[in-house]
Design a protein around this ligand. Structure first.
Ligand code: F6P
Length: 342
């Protein structure tokens, strides 16, 4: 059996470890053959494939990014898009099925293709940790570690100058990165999309920390909104899916905190640094296990499903379980962290 592997949507550390896991188990245990599909669904639609043997995946578990490339192409768009055309392209290249590694958009496309008769299996990916049906997604732990390290650094310079430091992290719709990195770094306020706040509340936390002689640290998700804001801050236009490119709320908040409190305040936007570089050990293990289990699922013909982490087990769930609602930060988790604010 010949299987195509693709990575689609925003990249994240651990994608290469999944690819390696699938190819190693698939070739050594099952005698499967693999091809790499370049740049996500674009490669499927345009028939752009590359060799993917054991040789191509050697040493990959610690390598960031994706050797296959990625894009946000919709497989149903364009002259050669759509399930019928894709089925012909796959048949022409003797490809029996696809393993698609990606986030919500990728899995929604995979679900639709599976319903239209294409053999597709999913592996969930998102640094935001916003997918349901998996307890954690690889890339998230690495992003949290990078953000925590950055905030530890911001604290020493903030302490030296007695400044308030605002650290902006990724998180379009959910605040998991901000919550985990904020708790780990001892932030005095954690601002997440699920919990809008007023400037007065934020400044009260900043002033309370400052009054105790601390240099206040505020962590904010890019998708956070102040109470009354209709949508997340964006001044960088739209992405390929016509979604606003987020980033910049930290720069908006810092001068306002300074103006209201009189405390010198600086903002740092971590941006794509959180998605780059080597995956953490946790993400390497999770990604490798998902890859190994994806190879099993292919052989057992579990098409139309995705592999996922539940507890400490890798399980299989229908695509639908991961789609629709997002995995938001529950109120009890935010309230728990709020005891540390100020
Ligand atoms: O979904 C992951 C994510 O990193 C979000 O946190 C962020 O809003 C988005 O991707 C950025 O995407 P891009 O790399 O296309 O700008």
């Amino acid at each position: 059996m010949k299987i195509g592997i693709l990575t689609s949507g925003g990249d994240c550390p651990g994608l290469n470890a999944v690819i390696r896991g699938i190819v190693l188990k698939g070739t050594t245990t099952y005698d499967l053959e693999f091809v790499g599909i370049r740049d996500g669904w674009r490669g499927v639609v345009e028939g752009d494939f590359m060799p993917l043997t054991r040789h191509e995946v050697k040493g990959l578990s610690k390598v960031g990014g994706t050797i296959l490339g990625t894009s946000r192409t919709n497989p149903y768009e364009g002259e050669r898009g759509g399930a019928e055309n894709i089925a012909k392209t796959l048949y022409g290249h003797k490809i029996d099925g696809i393993v698609a590694i990606g986030g919500e958009g990728t899995l929604a496309a995979a679900d639709r293709l599976a319903k239209d008769g294409i053999k597709v299996l999913g592996v969930p990916k998102t640094i935001d940790n916003d997918l349901r049906a998996t307890d954690y997604s690889f890339g998230f732990d690495t992003a949290v570690n990078i953000a925590t390290d950055a905030m530890d650094r911001l604290r020493t310079t903030g302490d030296s100058h007695q400044r308030c430091m605002v650290a902006e992290v990724m998180g379009r719709h959910v605040g998991w990165i901000a919550l985990h990195a904020g708790v780990a770094a001892g932030a005095h306020a954690i601002l997440i999309p699920e919990h809008p706040m007023t400037m007065d509340e934020i400044c009260a936390f900043v002033e309370s920390a400052h009054d105790r002689g601390r240099a206040p640290l505020v962590v904010v998700s890019e998708g956070f909104t102040l109470e009354g804001m209709e949508e997340a801050y964006s001044d960088k236009g739209l992405d390929a899916f016509n979604r606003p490119r987020l980033g910049g709320i930290g720069d908006m908040l810092a001068p306002e905190i300074e103006r209201r409190t009189g405390i010198e305040t600086r903002a740092t936007i971590l941006g794509h640094i959180q998605r780059g570089g080597a995956p953490s050990a946790f993400d390497r293990v999770l990604a490798t296990r998902l890859g190994l289990h994806a190879a099993d699922a292919v052989v057992e013909g579990a098409w139309g499903q995705m592999v996922a982490l539940q507890g400490t087990d890798i399980v299989r769930v229908p695509f639908a379980d991961a789609l629709g609602e997002l995995n938001t930060v529950p109120k009890y988790r935010y309230d728990e962290a709020a005891a540390l604010f100020g």
